[in-house]
Write a protein that binds this ligand. Structure first.
Ligand code: FES
Ligand code: FES
Length: 79
């Protein structure tokens, strides 16, 4: 598996709405970070769904190296 592109070495804070689905970009190539815009086409990556169960702020991983799925786990500080 090749490494994803590092979109930025910090998370994206996004206000999410309960009941909505969000498609996090796993490849790092999307122009509309932190979400997928289809740019992963031709790579081995595909977006990962995040379903919000409540309204609030979610810190989506921007470096694409989090071990905590779509959410930042601090791994960006070691890149
Ligand atoms: Fe990155 Fe779709 S553009 S996963
Ligand atoms: Fe990826 Fe923090 S932005 S782990």
């Amino acid at each position: 598996m090749s490494a994803p592109v590092i979109a930025q070495k910090s998370p994206y804070a996004v206000e999410v709405e309960a009941g909505k689905s969000y498609w996090w970009c796993a490849c790092g190539k999307s122009a509309s970070q932190p979400f997928c815009d289809g740019s992963h086409k031709g790579t081995e990556f595909s977006p990962i769904e995040y379903q919000a169960d409540k309204d609030g702020t979610v810190y989506f991983c921007g470096c694409k190296h989090s071990k905590n799925g779509v959410q930042c786990d601090g791994s960006h500080s070691k890149l």
